[in-house]
Design a protein around this ligand. Sequence first.
Ligand SMILES: NC(=O)c1ccc[n+]([C@@H]2O[C@H](COP(=O)([O-])OP(=O)(O)OC[C@H]3O[C@@H](n4cnc5c(N)ncnc54)[C@H](OP(=O)(O)O)[C@@H]3O)[C@@H](O)[C@H]2O)c1
Length: 285
Amino acid sequence: MSVVVTGATGHLGRLVVESLLERGLPAEEITATGRDTAKLADLAERGVTTARADFDDPASLRAAFAGAETLLLVSGSEVGKRTPQHRNAIEAAKEAGVGHLVYTSVLRADRSTLSLAPEHKATEEMLADSGLPHTLLRNGFYSEVFSTQMEQAREQGVFVGSAGEGRVSSASRPDYAEAAAVVLLDPAAHTGAVYELAGDQAWTYADLAAAIGQVLGREVAYEDLSEDDHRAALIGAGLDEGTAGFVVGIDTGIREDELYEESGVLSKLIGRPTTPIVDTLRAGV
Ligand SMILES: NC(=O)c1ccc[n+]([C@@H]2O[C@H](COP(=O)([O-])OP(=O)(O)OC[C@H]3O[C@@H](n4cnc5c(N)ncnc54)[C@H](OP(=O)(O)O)[C@@H]3O)[C@@H](O)[C@H]2O)c1
């Protein structure tokens, strides 16, 4: 088979390539793509094909996707530009004759109030309209992103937020990457599926404080603020208005359980429990 992965210069895409190799897909059947192929040189040395694919350059996408039976479209990282970029990728996939497209979306993209969701929802709709056989991996949050709170707590023994007692069912990037590899290796078994992927164990920010305390070996507290006070604290710490609003918006979503999911689909797909956040945080220390 032939599998093309976008975003292989990034964290998740690279882990997917590693997972495909670990699961026995021959290196020559994998094409790892990104904007800067120099970042993929070590994969090329291991026999993986590498190609430049820039979402803003449709010709590069058509060339990189040509002949792919299966394509993993890892959502781009340029928030606000992703709808046209993903449109380019989907159109190129169709033109290149890709057999099956797997897209990394966000939890409950069709009804989520998270500010990140509309670009994912639009991409899912474009995929539906494209007629391409596809699978949606609606990923919950990566546990790794909460290392920000750990860094704050490391200095001060406390981190602030405005998530109240909302629950987060996070999992590690390697967990999500492995799920993507499972689907990429048997796309026909997952055609049309919409997977809400999340960690087995949900936690609140108070639980996160306890987990961080365990990793750092010190007492850590979570201080719950109002949205206004949280925004002011972030701006006081040097964030611009837009970024502060984005961060507060994430906590609002958490407070409303937008990142809570109990389907257990992720652990079923990968055939093992998801990684507890304490283990992910410890690995990052
Ligand atoms: N669920 C979560 O908690 C969470 C958290 C953060 C992000 N995300 C989403 O999940 C995706 C993967 O996460 P990650 O941690 O692997 O992010 P990452 O390390 O930032 O990787 C993003 C990848 O997207 C590529 N990319 C960005 N713009 C592109 C463009 N115009 N054309 C082609 N490729 C482009 C990047 O290429 P370059 O190397 O050239 O920049 C990189 O390979 C992110 O892009 C974002 O959509 C999810």
